[in-house]
Unconditional design. Sequence first.
Length: 335
Amino acid sequence: MKLFALTRALVDIESVTGNEKQVGLFLADQLRPLAERYGGSLELLEVEKDRFNVFASWGQPVVTFSTHIDTVPPFFPSSEDDQFIWGRGACDTKGIIAAMICALESLLEQGVRGLGLLLVVGEERNSAGAFHAAAHPRGSRYLINGEPTDNRLAVGSKGALRYEIDAHGRMAHSAYPHLGDSAILKLLDVLQELRRIPLPEDPVLGASTLNIGTISGGRAPNVIPDFARAEVFFRLVDDGESIKRAVGQAVEGRAEARQILCVPAVRLRAVDGFETTVVAYTTDIPAFGGAWGEPLLFGPGSILLAHTAEERVPKRQLVEAVELYQRLARRLLTS
């Protein structure tokens, strides 16, 4: 398929995290002819039942392109106009997949080998596919990870620290609050303490940030609540240790903080001739742990449009990405 048609075909296959099977099979069908035509191989690597990574290689991979095939909800199908392709996953990361495949096909036509393409499941939730791939490396020296960077090499990305904060109390009739113990009031006090934590800053990555994402709890308006929960998310510019200590102090005696996820911030290399940027989001790169080689982060599209009802990718950037992926791979192959 041509670049734009392939992007739209991928967008039109719903692949919300956990439901990646059909898009994985479609990608295998697209890659199988390339593997056969240019002496490569194609594997479906099971991560769990009905979920698998797709890996194609041509020779011993030195440079491996990689991105994820899952998307966030809700699904909505593709459309296009003169400038953009729209739809869930258009920039995060169906357009990136299409650009990588087109770049690989062009490189293979030119006789370039030592290339791989690793497409993984689960990035939007827990990086299950990347962790599985990290346990089964193939000797690659460089990993070009695809995420929306507006076609600039990211020289750093923030990490992630996520907690569930649970507060417990005692139910009572709301007319007699002194007989109960409000879990919601405890949780509100804890959240206020979290908002007062001095967050680390970094000269390259900027400031750490806190998002209080969800709050739930209580039984009814006339019942003193015996349980309350909040989900909080810190974007890290370091390893998160200072924030972990501060969270422990904030909840002490009032609530329980259960760590759900911790991914440290990462620094990445620049390459001469490529514009650079810094991104505030977290990627699969820490989950790979270097097992697939030194990581680089690059892709068409804007992260500001990902996960939104206006998700789209500029056609111009898709075309540019095909050329830039080829140039980057050639540079790494000869470095």
